[in-house]
Design a protein around this ligand. Structure first.
Ligand SMILES: Cc1ncc(C[n+]2csc(CCOP(=O)(O)OP(=O)(O)O)c2C)c(N)n1
Length: 564
């Protein structure tokens, strides 16, 4: 069957099981949009291309599928770069389709021409410029394969306009095989045997779980491993939800700069670290020379280049996290349960002592202004821990990480690697598209929400009931916190006293808005906001100079925590 390039694109997306695309049209992709009506695919028209990429990213994180977005050439394409880099840093499977000027004009300074393949080379897992329509179908197949396999990531396909509107035979290619790209899924069995022995010998073991466990759908196997071996678990920001945050006995909370006291102390004192699907980010390790100096480190990762990158590892295991955890569980089936999972009385008692210091405590009772921590705790309570939570970046992100206890994977959408303000709201829109019936909440700061607030129109137009919780401290709070602690309170350019009236802004977009200014209004506003159909902004005027604690100063050892 002969089809145009535009038809081949939509047909190939359908073949890949894509039902939702986020995008924004323009001259270079107008043929795609023209052909869209022939295909049964949802297209969500965003208000800014950055919103399209973050929405595709949120869709991917919540559903585990590949997120897809489409934009035009030139400024449409450059507007996607932040979103692509965000997805790349967090290994999110995504296919980004950009329109390009006709092949004959490439390199000629044509209207709306930009070398997006060149620009995105460092922040995509792979990218393509399609110069020949006969290659289009195969390239799309490869792009999806690359995006979702191995260590997932964003793949960009740049399609010139003449490729879009010429015709060729559509072949319905089944599957792809790429000679030069073969991720290792199955771990080396000798390495696994070593890990089993280490588990048997360890007195103070700890599991450190990361985003790789979520991406590989390895949570169940991880939970089984931890509980049968009685090994406490900590997680990176990206690992939240990969182990039930509600398990009081073994879950230690997050690790690192704003990690819990017990997690940072435990990893520093541990004799064995099973690090699964993590990349030892500097926000986690602090001063690397002093990170976990007493421990034998096992590192499981599908990406061999991630091993030894930031810390020296004793037992590298290259493989898919889920398959590795399942293989470990199988080996442990042959071991004596009393040897692999002893009570670990002393170790757990030590951890409990650290836990009892309660550095995540805060005092709302004696405070006349709203504590942001209180808002998140109430949100957790009222949504029964079951909402999909996205965040912006800053204090709001850290409080959400600390006070919303994630019991399941794919419930927590946050820009961990790039730290992108403006991520949370469009990501929540993407997640809501994937799960129309779930409660989806974006936890935001008053600064970050202003970065992509235009997507409120997208939410209203598509009847997406995304809820936004703004913790309004009238500051760029996290930067202000650094200025308070490390720059002698020189609050240079972080005062945000002038902001729109967020309640009226919501209303201007056709959404609902509520505001709480006193602690006793918090619960009422949350209840009202969550019960109101359609998109809602809930604004909480919080204590202006509240800080996120604990805090490890950048580059210090992680035992060096500021506690209050
Ligand atoms: C796009 C972007 N620009 C700048 C920063 C640097 N930055 C990190 S946190 C932060 C402050 C965020 O303020 P706000 O959104 O009000 O949240 P809060 O920290 O007050 O919760 C800034 C400016 C960033 N992470 N992303």
């Amino acid at each position: 069957m002969e089809l145009t390039g535009a038809q081949i694109l939509w047909q190939s997306l359908k073949d890949e099981g894509v039902d939702t695309v986020f995008g924004y049209p323009g001259g270079a992709v107008i043929d795609f949009y023209d052909a869209l009506v022939q295909y049964d695919i949802n297209h969500i028209l965003v208000r800014h291309e950055q919103g399209a990429v973050h929405a595709a990213d949120g869709f991917a994180r919540a559903s585990g599928k590949v997120g897809v977005c489409m934009v035009t050439s030139g400024p449409g394409a450059t507007n996607t770069v932040t979103g692509i880099a965000t997805a790349y840093m967090d290994s999110i499977p995504m296919v980004v389709i950009t329109g390009q000027v006709p092949t004959s004009l490439i390199g000629n300074d044509a209207f709306q021409e930009v070398d997006i393949v060149g620009i995105t080379r460092p922040c995509t897992k792979h990218n393509y410029l399609v110069k020949d329509i006969t290659k289009l179908e195969r390239i799309i197949k490869e792009a999806f394969y690359i995006a979702r396999s191995g260590r997932p990531g964003p793949v960009l396909i740049d399609i010139p306009k003449d490729v879009t509107n010429s015709r060729t035979l559509y072949q319905a290619i089944q599957g792809v095989h790429m000679e030069s790209y073969n991720p290792t899924y199955h771990p080396n069995t000798k390495q696994l045997a070593k890990v089993v022995n280490l588990i048997k010998e360890a007195k103070k073991p700890i599991i450190f779980t990361g985003g790789g466990v979520v991406l590989s759908k390895g949570s169940e196997a991880l939970t089984k491993l931890a509980q049968r071996t009685n090994i406490p678990v900590t997680g990176s920001l990206m690992g939240l939800g990969s182990y039930p945050g509600t398990d009081e006995k073994l879950w230690l909370g997050m690790l690192g700069m704003h990690g819990t006291y017990r997690a940072n102390m435990a990893i520093s004192d541990a004799d064995l670290i099973l690090a699964i699907g993590v990349r030892f980010d500097d926000r986690v390790t602090g001063k690397t020379d002093e990170f976990a100096s007493k421990a034998t480190i096992v590192h499981v990762d599908i990406d061999p280049t991630s091993i030894h990158k930031n810390v020296t590892v004793d037992v590298p295991v290259v493989g898919d996290c889920r398959l590795t955890l399942e293989a470990l569980n199988q080996l442990l089936d042959d071991e004596d349960p009393a040897v692999i999972g002893p009570e670990r009385t002393e170790w757990l008692a030590q951890i409990k002592k650290w836990k009892d210091t309660n550095p995540l405590g805060y005092n709302q009772k004696d405070c006349e202004t709203i504590k942001p921590q209180y808002v998140i705790e109430k949100l957790f309570e009222l949504t029964k821990g079951d909402a999909i939570i996205s965040t912006e970046v800053g204090q709001n992100q850290m409080w959400a990480a600390q006070y919303y206890h994630f019991a399941k994977p794919n419930q927590w959408l946050t820009s961990g690697g790039l730290g992108t303000m403006g991520y949370g709201f469009p990501a929540a829109i993407g997640a809501q598209m994937a799960f129309p019936d779930k409660v989806v909440v974006d936890v935001a700061g008053d600064g970050s929400i202003q970065m992509n607030i235009q997507e409120m129109a997208t939410a209203v137009q598509n009847k997406l009931p995304v809820k936004i919780v703004i913790l309004n401290n009238q500051y760029l709070g996290m930067v202000r916190q650094w200025q308070e602690l490390f720059y002698k309170k020189n609050y240079s350019q972080t005062d945000m006293t002038h902001a729109p009236d967020f309640v009226k802004l919501a209303e201007a977009y056709g959404a609902a808005g509520f505001r709480a200014t006193k602690p006793d209004e918090v619960e009422e506003v949350l209840k009202k906001g969550l019960a109101t159909p359609g998109p809602v902004i809930m604004e909480f005027m919080v204590s202006r100079e509240e800080c996120v604690y604990p805090m490890v100063p950048a580059g210090a050892p992680i035992t060096n925590m500021l506690l209050v």
